[in-house]
Write a protein that binds this ligand. Sequence first.
Ligand SMILES: Nc1ncnc2c1ncn2[C@@H]1O[C@H](COP(=O)(O)OP(=O)(O)OP(=O)(O)O)[C@@H](O)[C@H]1O
Ligand SMILES: [Mg+2]
Length: 471
Amino acid sequence: MSKKRVLVIDDEPDIRELVEITLGRMQLDTDCAENITRAKQLLQQQTYDLCLTDMHLPDGNGLDLVEFIQQHFPRLPVAVITAHGSIDTAIESMKAGAFDFISKPVDLNVLRKLVNTAIQSSQLPGNEKLPTESFIIGQSKAIQDLTRSIQKLARSQAPIYISGESGSGKELVARSIHELGPRASKPFIAVNCGAIPRELMESEFFGHKKGSFTGAHQDKLGLFQAAEGGTLFFDEVADLPLDMQVKLLRAIQEKSVRPVGASEELVTDVRILCATHKSLETEVKESRFRQDLFYRLNVIQLSVPALRQRREDIALLATHLLQKISSEMQLPAPKLSNAALQTLNDYYFPGNVRELENILERAFTLCENDEIDVGDLQLQTDQTSFVTFEKIENNKNPNQTNTENKNNRIDYPARCAEYSSLDDYLLDVEKEILCDALEKVRWNKTLAAKKLGITFRSLRYRLQKLGLDDE
Ligand SMILES: Nc1ncnc2c1ncn2[C@@H]1O[C@H](COP(=O)(O)OP(=O)(O)OP(=O)(O)O)[C@@H](O)[C@H]1O
Ligand SMILES: [Mg+2]
């Protein structure tokens, strides 16, 4: 196999030399440039597998070079070398498309890891590669755009904040980013930040040395070490206590961790992804989440659309999920009757794809013959409107299984008898749904309308009708 070639751009001869020697020992060929003009010349003449550039160069900014490469050589990974402490520059460059950053003074250990990941990334096949396990189903524009972003972002090492409603597929997105990237053969570890007891958190994250506290009978590896070379996915990151937020921030910034009771820091190489169904922006505004950590985690934001915002995917997803459910039971997949599909198409899906999965799982066990009909869906409908609504559980128990989920279903028709007319009953249901949605977004009507999949005007009209409008 031919030797890989790296382009190094730095105006300091010492750094060029240090990098060249290090890369030479890794059996890589290196070309050096002292400024942007020369770098651009070399890029036209040679094919490279990686480009490493300083930020402050005599004839311009490294950021411009990152943008130039993004535009003309989109498959070439470029990493930036930043001055110590200038993390803002690093974040800017990753937003512009840099694959990763390394800060000065250059730690050779970190450099070697970065180079290895980059070389693997440049060998990845193009867009034709799709993950097998975590395949994201959907033909809607929103999902197609999301899939394209994932394919592009998988190569980069930038932290990504995945936002989206409960059950919309955030973890699936995180897994796909991992599986499509250069870290695919290394571990993907999902951590539910809300599920780890506070007092064990530091040791869970960073590990501990034997004897560092009562009960530490032997050395223990933390999640960072377990995910070495791979990806750490911090799920429900908004649930991290403030003191852990500080520690996580340090680990991300320094790319190293210190196990509890250890005197030495350990260099780590993990990609950080995170998600939460809460709004991190709101958490920051209300001082429950540190602004600086948010800034580090939110280098790139991906938002996963709610299922009701992409109804055209419902049929496709239903077929896929039924296939999955039935093959687990080694039975043939049932079909959905047209009426059942119509009912699903009209449903609100507060619990998104996970809820669809639960509904179909139950329907699968209820249905006779090999067709699922409206009744099997158990979404009690009447002639005027559907009246089943599953609460979005805000503080979900992370260990909750699908079956437990089902038991949280609130069936309003059970209360129907309390009302003198169906209309009164429906108004009450509507009121409850609107209040619930509004409360979740702190009575921001624009957001609430968006969440409910209705227009702002329609929301105002409904609030007026229910006497809930404060204006
Ligand atoms: N587009 C999709 N294609 C196929 N399956 C999907 C899709 N989106 C979600 N799923 C499936 O729906 C379920 C819920 O997805 P996932 O766990 O990723 O959601 P989440 O956003 O992380 O939810 P939560 O906020 O509750 O943690 C999973 O079984 C997942 O495989
Ligand atoms: Mg999740």
